[in-house]
Design a protein around this ligand. Sequence first.
Ligand SMILES: Nc1ncnc2c1ncn2[C@@H]1O[C@H](COP(=O)(O)OP(=O)(O)OP(=O)(O)O)[C@@H](O)[C@H]1O
Length: 769
Amino acid sequence: MANNSELEHLDEKKIEQDHLDEVIELVKNTENRLQEHIDIAEQDLEVINNAFDDIHVGMDGDAISFDAALSIHQQQQMLDERNNSWQQNRQRMEILKRLEKTPYFARLDFQEKGEPKRETIYIGMSSLTDSNDHFLIYDWRAPISSIYYDGNLGEVHYQSPDGDQEVDLFLKRQFLIENGKITSYFDTQETIGDQMLLEVLDEKSSTHMKGIVKTIQAEQNKIIRDTTSKLLFVQGAAGSGKTSAILQRIAYLLYRYRGNLTSSQVVMFSPNMLFNDYIKDVLPEMGEQNMVQMTFIQYVARRLPNLTVETLAEKFEHDDNQKRKQISKFVSDNEFFKILTNYSNLLNQSGMSFRDLKFKGKVFIPKEKIAEIYYGFGPQYNLGNRLDATVDRLVKMLHRKIGAEMRSKWVSERIENLSQEELQAMYRTADQEFKNGDQEQKFLARQIVTKTMQKVYEQIIHFRFVNVSANYLHFLQAVPKIADLAKYDVTEKQWDDYVQEFIDGMNNKTISINNITPYLYLYDLISGKHGELDMKFVFIDEIQDYTPFQLAYLKYNFPRARYTMLGDLNQSIFTKKNSQTLLTEVQSLFNADETKVVQLTHSYRSTKQITNYTKSILTNGQKIEPFNRDGDLPNVIMSDSIKGSVARVMDQLNKNDEDNYTTAIITKTLEEADSLQKILVKEGVAATLIKSENQRLAAGTIVLPSYLAKGLEFDAVIVWDASKDKFDEDEQQLIYTITSRAMHKLTITAIGELSQLLQRVPDKYYIVE
Ligand SMILES: Nc1ncnc2c1ncn2[C@@H]1O[C@H](COP(=O)(O)OP(=O)(O)OP(=O)(O)O)[C@@H](O)[C@H]1O
């Protein structure tokens, strides 16, 4: 028999269900009304389109009356307006359809300071009002909703457009609703109750990331709602919700600045394309459009379409020797950015390399002449306007040359050989008349020369006469004279080899990741490019894999944007950076009073057992606190041979299948992933190899190399071959990144002896099988 409090709970649940039913009813009514609008708009669009066709049909030949032109213009405007509102209504309809299933997820009872009455509000993915403009649901991003995420019961504050507001919070209730039915609800004292979070985190992974609106944690909410910092730097443990928080933040910003901010003014740099695919549903599910998304390499490579840029896999595998690491460190430093900036100032006096402008294979304006023009402008010019002034001068020269060129022999020959069709194409009208033959000859000669010279014109306006690669090479060659190589443990000989590598690369039309950013920066300095001024928010995920040079370059490129940078300095798999230095270097790019640093220490992704294991891999890591969710201890499977290990992996895959876990087998390199997947397939296991970032995540078992696993998560992870000496001492962060991808189950395999990096983990945190 139910006791009193259970009965109360049942009554209360019924009251809540009744309220939910009412709201759903209203959502449906709103949908119906909106559908009428959509239908009318669609009919209107059809009518306007038909009228459009009529006007076109009514036009005789190519003469168009003023009335018809006006009418077309008006119709077009009407069409655009209707189209816009039709599109907005369609978007709203999609949101309503989602609200119909889950209108809200929380209820708050509170009293505003100075107000006579208590209020009850419900919070959901989007707001909804009744016909009296009374809010039935508040958007989770509305100012008042903030108290759901931030405060305990009692006195709470939130930021409204009128400033700080105080409320007394009496009740905070969370609902689990499925298809319009309340399956359960919890009243919670604290911020977001662990019970709700546990339910969410216990769910299985999928090939696409989900939003966290219902369970945003107070520390995450600070990141999401920050509007004051120019640089918001978030350091968070693996699985602490950094990526989730930024996606929520983007949705928040689009809401908060609605009308002044569009998704095209928000750009997110992410670790690889696979990750972009993984997160692509989160914003649309919140009713917002995706921001511009790309990887840093894509961003720079698209500017040099004629060069092939080294791939991540190549860089990852090349950078494996000490000499190269030192040079990489030097050329990716902030200091190197400054050296290059200073070098460009010298170019204002002398040293710029040019290319001859050619016309029909012959030198047309020699590079010496171009240099003379370029340096003919006084010292008050900077590189950018010096180049612009040079372009103006060259274009004028080109025009003068047209007159001279018209009398050349090749032009009269060309005219003689013109076919009838070519002639017709050149005349302005079919029956163009000329006073005499001379005039016709002149007309045709001008047409021919201008057309041929168009190519030269384009070369001029696209700065093709500046030899960027020669300039960059001169810079590299000058480096030993203007910088202290010894400070970076680089010898002159090593530097010369590095320069030679650049030359060899250019001859093969390739460029390394190390060189591409300084190369473009020099190009931008020379051309006076001021960056993309319209970009308002820049998000950089996995900041630890960016070099200070790359970050300085991004800052230069998006000078007016606000930056949110997120990273886990324990996961620096490319830069192997020491945690504090990167933060210091990044901060030096911004004013201290416009910078905010937030630490996320709770790890939500993995079970307590997995987090305890992974954090013990780090010897000097940041603070990490596991979320209290239970699971199996990680298991370490030791074998004597590859064959034996494969058999054990297959056993583990079967067990994971029984638990309904999707497994990712993560190898150190691509080569290993490739061969392991082949063996597994031969053994009859359906495993998909993910070998490039351009692929999509597949359902079922996958095999992928470590550097592609960045930012992703899987129910179960099997680390392939973590044997002794497989990972160097400085690859601690790499193995931490791999193991921390597991949500519910972590398995490690090794052949012979276990990696020395994993032998450090206390025995109590795992079992050996
Ligand atoms: N407040 C939250 N409520 C529910 N789930 C959360 C919350 N915060 C994080 N998670 C879940 O934890 C997991 C890890 O989150 P996310 O990938 O955003 O972390 P991250 O810090 O970017 O991780 P990493 O640096 O390891 O890639 C995801 O499954 C996410 O849904």
